[in-house]
Design a protein around this ligand. Sequence first.
Ligand code: NAP
Length: 355
Amino acid sequence: MAWMLYGVTGYTGKLLLDEAIQRGHRPLIAGRSEEKLKPLAEAYNVEYVAFGVDAAAERLRGLGVDLVLNAAGPYLYTGAPMMDACLHAGAHYLDITGEFPVLEAAFARDAAARERGTLILSGVGFDVVPSDCLARYVADKLPTATHLEIVVDVLGAGGLDSGASAGTLKSMIEMSPQGGRTRRNGTLVPVDFGAEARRFRMTDGQDVLTMAIPWGDIVTAYHSTGIPNITTYMRLPPFFIAYAQRFGFLLIQSGRSAVIRSTMKKLIDRFVPGPSEQRRRTARSYVYARATDASGNEAEAWLDTLEAYALTAKTGILAVERVLEGGYRGAQSPAQAFGADFILQLESTRRYDTL
Ligand SMILES: NC(=O)c1ccc[n+]([C@@H]2O[C@H](COP(=O)([O-])OP(=O)(O)OC[C@H]3O[C@@H](n4cnc5c(N)ncnc54)[C@H](OP(=O)(O)O)[C@@H]3O)[C@@H](O)[C@H]2O)c1
């Protein structure tokens, strides 16, 4: 079956292309810049096609692809048009977003995707595959759960040493005016940056300081577990949390200025190379999930897995392979589509019930 990798010219797009080629795929590569695509297509000996997301609906129909993996972000700009183009063309849509409004936009298209017999599967990267699988796992252990907490720790190894790609930082800049979110009684509600700073014991045995951030699970875990109260936390340096508590409002306000966002994105493009190959090979990521119910029962689990971008390349292509096997439709989360054990397919990935 033919599939397309869109946004292949970015940091993560190239990792996905490498992984796809290594696993024997020959995707049609795509993006908005012919100038960048041409040398890439020559180097990998694959076909390419150049078009912007606004032209996707028109261009996709004629290409005969069965699936699009969209690696072009910020997804606030690329997600909805590419989802709609896929629906129009009758192709499956996958992406690696963690932006909660985009994940909501994906689930809002559930009925349309069912009708078309296609799948919309957002979040097949680090945000949200490991946490979604762990959320589903603890929810299955405690079917009466009313509350779910998820913690993501990518600081463990290497500190802030280029742990994020330019694309991730640019997506965070675009998302900053939205502020924080948590899920209460089934509804997403605003939460201040730095609020709910808490310590959790992580997979490496350390008690780490975290703060609530709007990780994609506030949308996806609601669909994969049905639990109505969900808060997602990230381990961050204590000085950063203290700063967010005092000045988080400034971050939101400055993010509302298109000029400031554009300046910051230019600086990021110039100065952020993304995680080194060494870091992708050696750093680890940790995830924790705890489900609790009204009687005080709880179920918890920890995950120790690959560095976030190395993981994204692998789960992205594994997801493509699963979907191409057939039988999927509607809008789903990764754990809904593939089950809680999907993440355990990755090498050196371990899940623990106790530490
Ligand atoms: N869920 C996860 O764990 C995870 C992991 C990795 C990345 N991501 C997300 O994936 C996205 C890409 O990350 P990255 O590190 O690869 O970023 P990047 O290096 O900045 O690359 C961005 C890619 O998107 C394309 N693009 C940007 N805006 C576009 C638009 N309006 N229309 C068409 N194409 C557009 C760029 O095309 P040009 O080359 O032509 O500019 C480039 O191919 C980000 O949103 C990031 O947050 C998520």
